[in-house]
Design a protein around this ligand. Structure first.
Ligand SMILES: [Zn+2]
Length: 207
């Protein structure tokens, strides 16, 4: 979209030259007045702070049990990966793998990847790997489904409530916090600002 410095209005298709905006600025289509793109104030700083919070919450969510159950005096508390392993042991291998991927691997990739991009950008660096890395993360993001995992946990808790004493653990609160932090970070981060910064580090093509 921004390669030639030209961009088409998404509302009326008017082709126009892209300009650098001051922080807080907004580019508006001269013909239909649609907002073309914005230059937010420190969107990278805020996204970085939220991703660091997400990393801490992710670590807590995986280090503490999501729920503690008490059935006939027997108390069981399971961590996320233990739950996934137990599903596998009970013959639900596919569900176990899905839990493992959506609640553990994909969020981990998303958080680690975003930090690997935001930290150098914050420091004013644009190493070569940033462009392919950012593209990959945008593709992995839809597969990071902590909220679907949490919904599954809640449904099974409601079903179990009549036969066991179920107590939400620290892990569950951490996962709720993680959902909020990830959603907030992706709504805060302006992809236009990231691409603009990434292009600064690219050498000018020889003409
Ligand atoms: Zn327009």
């Amino acid at each position: 979209m921004t390669h030639s410095g030209l961009l088409a209005c998404h509302e009326c298709d008017l082709l126009q030259r892209e300009v650098a905006l001051p922080p807080g600025g907004k580019a508006i289509c001269p013909r239909c007045k649609a907002t073309l793109y914005t230059q937010s104030n420190n969107s990278i700083d805020r996204a970085l702070a939220l991703m660091l919070a997400a990393a801490v919450l992710f670590a807590i969510g995986n280090a503490f049990p999501v729920v503690t159950m008490e059935i006939q005096g027997r108390r069981t508390a399971a961590l996320v990966w233990e739950g996934a392993w137990r599903l596998h042991e009970e013959g639900e291998t596919v569900v176990g793998i899905l839990v493992f991927l959506t609640a553990l691997i994909f969020p981990l990739l998303q958080i680690a990847g975003m930090l690997a991009i935001l930290v150098p950008l914050r420091l004013g660096l644009t190493p070569r790997y940033l462009v392919p890395a950012y593209r990959t993360i945008e593709e992995v993001k839809p597969w990071s489904m902590v909220e679907v995992f949490m919904l599954g946990v809640l449904v099974s808790l409601v079903k179990l409530a009549h036969m066991a004493t179920v107590v939400p653990g620290i892990g569950m609160w951490a996962f709720f916090g993680l959902i909020i932090a990830l959603a907030w970070a992706s709504s805060t981060l302006n992809p236009h600002e990231v691409w603009a910064r990434l292009e600064v580090g690219e050498p000018e093509p020889a003409q």
